[in-house]
Design a protein around this ligand. Structure first.
Ligand code: FES
Length: 125
């Protein structure tokens, strides 16, 4: 009888150990599977590049929210002064207002008046 209890006790202990290890393995696998999309999301986050200055994760809203430190003449933030004008080298933007400042919309944008539609590259000239 004692032998049977010992064998059962060891069996239960071994089974518990195996189940614990399997549970840990499942948790590790789940954590790894969950981490992969996050890494992909980081790779696909829109960026705003200003040639010669750097590339930055796109802040929500207008381009100026990302590029403000490089555009010290952006005074009005309303499309009036033209101080935030940059050349659009690559990417698409959406104008959120009709600006008062003159700008050739075929080549340039006002950072205070445009939102990036995905990643964008701009230049200061
Ligand atoms: S900050 Fe004045 S036009 Fe953009």
């Amino acid at each position: 009888m004692v032998t049977i209890l010992i064998v059962l006790g060891i069996g239960i202990s071994v089974a518990a150990l195996i189940l614990t290890l399997l549970g840990c393995a499942a948790l590790i696998k789940q954590a790894r599977a969950g981490a992969a999309p996050a890494a992909e999301m980081i790779d696909t986050m829109p960026t705003i590049a200003l040639i010669g200055k750097g590339t930055y994760p796109a802040e929500p809203g207008v381009l100026l929210n990302t590029l403000w430190e490089h555009l010290p003449n952006a005074e009005c933030q309303a499309g009036e002064c033209g101080g935030c004008k940059v050349r659009l080298v690559e990417g698409r933007v959406r104008w959120i207002r009709d600006p008062v400042a003159e700008v050739d919309r075929r080549t340039h944008v006002l950072a205070c008046s445009c939102e990036a539609q995905g990643s964008v590259r701009c230049a200061l000239n």
